[in-house]
Design a protein around this ligand. Structure first.
Ligand code: BES
Ligand code: MN
Ligand code: ZN
Length: 499
């Protein structure tokens, strides 16, 4: 999709579809007011007939409004003006995009960003409009003919701004929004691909492709032999139960000064998690193709940073493997030695994510990182604790917690902090190894984070458990691309690109 910015008298704009916001009780937004005037009060008249629903995101398409150059005028319900916040704004943008897409108008001019939702400046309003629109028209087509695909899908969206003075901020918002949208789309696509296509090797190829697309990006892939030589015994023990070789993917974006400490993003890249010998139940096991969404979010964030050429040093790390039952697979009670030297008693082979991550996190020491953040669909317990709205955030670093929570709020891709107290650590005690890989039923998301904390003592670190937010179930089944927006926001702030 393409996005650009337009300014000038709204009624005179030639466009296949002009999008206007309408508040509850037929209250016109300022742009709608202008169109109402140009049409001699026609807009208000039509609204009086009551065909536009009161819900946020309700739509009504009008044709041939007198005095208006647009071929169609799409009215979008925005709810109560006082309550019009980021979430409702995004809802309205999404509804508008879906409707225009289905109408087959091909292109549209949206005046929604001019509504200045509470708490959003022009930059943000533009950025959110772009991200929401791109997400709304995303379609998965890789393994399925999309018979319902419109003949003329929405390809081009112009954002209308009232004043020339706003244009620069809005253009910046469009640029950032588009890079984030591309990152989100990549994360969604990788997440949605089935386990028989999206294997660890496939992820490695995608990383190489990203390196080709962005020549500044240096991509490196460690093979199992390399990991063996390094001593990544925990990661390799998971991969041993699978016929697909594990890959350890590294993506270096060197946008900052030489010698500047890098931000390192680590993502769990479990391309299918059957649980191993501790086999998962059959119901919904297909959803475990999403167990690489942490890794996918690293791809998305790295793509956004590369596309914006952010002045920051960034390293993306994706340990990738399958977790399957097999004669060579981990068995409950097996003990492995991690790259850190610490031994682990594997009491449940389904707690495999932490086995990948612990070796990846130890590997990160060599980068002398400014900060390391890992993303993982790590525990069902996190979904029980927090549901599907925030990611679970774990860190002992209050300042870093604040930075991540703020990035979440600002981007609308939120996280919620859970404790990482030492009180929980003893749940990982083992009689036979330095630690067990599970800590019992109580506080499962927390003990998983406690496990990781034992491998991150040498640098500033935070962990995001994204098991609840990385994909949707039911009718809307599919990857969400979260938390790419949070990560991009974090990087933009660190890079001083928000000013
Ligand atoms: N990938 C799963 C976590 C998961 C489960 C994410 C359900 C989303 C939905 C992870 O590898 C896993 O199996 N975790 C176990 C840990 C347990 C054995 C301590 C879990 O959460 O049940
Ligand atoms: Mn598992
Ligand atoms: Zn898993």
């Amino acid at each position: 999709m393409e996005f650009s910015v337009k300014t000038g008298a709204l009624a005179k704009q030639r466009t296949p579809c002009l999008v206007l916001g309408i508040f509850e009780r037929r209250q016109l937004s300022a742009p709608a007011e202008a169109i109402d005037e140009a049409s001699g009060g026609r807009l208000a008249e039509v609204l009086k007939r009551g065909d536009l629903g009161e819900d946020v995101g309700a739509t009504l398409c009008l044709y041939d409004l007198p005095g208006v150059a647009a071929e169609r005028v799409l009215l979008v319900g925005c709810g109560k003006r006082k309550e019009f916040d980021r979430a409702r704004y995004v809802q309205a943008c999404t509804a508008a995009a879906r409707t225009v897409d289905a109408l087959g108008a091909g292109a549209a001019l949206s005046a929604l960003p001019a509504l200045a939702p509470n708490g959003l400046d022009h930059y943000r309003a533009a950025r959110e409009a772009v991200a929401a629109t791109a997400a709304a028209v995303y379609r998965y087509t890789r393994t399925k003919d999309d018979k319902k695909a419109p003949k003329h899908p929405l390809k081009r969206l112009h954002l209308w701004v009232a004043e020339k003075g706003e244009q620069a901020a809005v253009e910046r918002g469009v640029q950032h929004g588009l890079a984030i949208a591309h990152g989100v789309a990549q994360a969604r696509e990788l997440g949605n691909l089935p386990g028989n296509i999206c294997t660890p090797s496939y992820l490695a190829e995608q990383a190489q492709a990203l390196g080709t697309e962005f020549p500044g990006l240096r991509v490196e892939v460690l093979e199992e032999a390399d990991m063996e030589a390094l001593g990544m015994g925990a990661l390799l023990s998971v991969s041993r139960g699978s016929r697909q070789p594990a890959k350890f993917i590294l993506m270096h974006h060197q946008g900052g000064k030489a010698g500047e400490k890098p931000v390192v993003l680590v993502g769990k890249g479990l391309t299918f998690d059957a649980g191993g010998i501790s086999l998962k139940p059959a119901a919904e096991m297909d959803e475990m193709k999403y167990d690489m969404c942490g890794g996918a979010s690293v791809f998305g964030a790295v793509r956004a940073a590369a596309e914006l050429d952010l002045p920051i040093n960034l390293i993306g790390v994706v340990p990738a493997s399958e977790n399957l039952p097999d004669g060579a697979a981990n068995k409950p009670g097996d003990i492995v030695r991690s790259l850190s030297g610490q031994t682990i008693e594997i009491l449940n082979t389904d707690a495999e994510g932490r086995l990948l991550l612990c070796d990846a996190l130890t590997y990160c020491e060599r980068f002398d990182p400014a900060v390391v953040i890992d993303m993982a669909t790590l525990t069902g317990a996190c979904v029980i604790a927090l549901g599907k709205h925030p990611a679970g955030l774990f860190t002992g670093d209050d300042e870093l917690a604040e930075e991540i929570l703020t990035a979440g709020e600002a981007s609308g891709d939120r996280a919620w902090r859970l404790p990482l107290w030492d009180d929980y650590q003893s749940q990982l005690d083992s009689n036979f190894a330095d630690m067990a890989n599970i800590g019992g039923r109580d506080g499962g998301a927390i003990t998983a984070a406690c496990f990781l904390s034992r491998y991150t003592k040498k640098y500033r670190w935070a962990h995001l458990d994204i098991a609840g937010i990385a994909w949707l179930g039911g009718k809307e089944k599919g990857a969400t691309g979260r938390p790419v927006a949070l990560l991009a926001e974090f990087l933009l702030r660190r890079a001083g690109a928000l000013a």
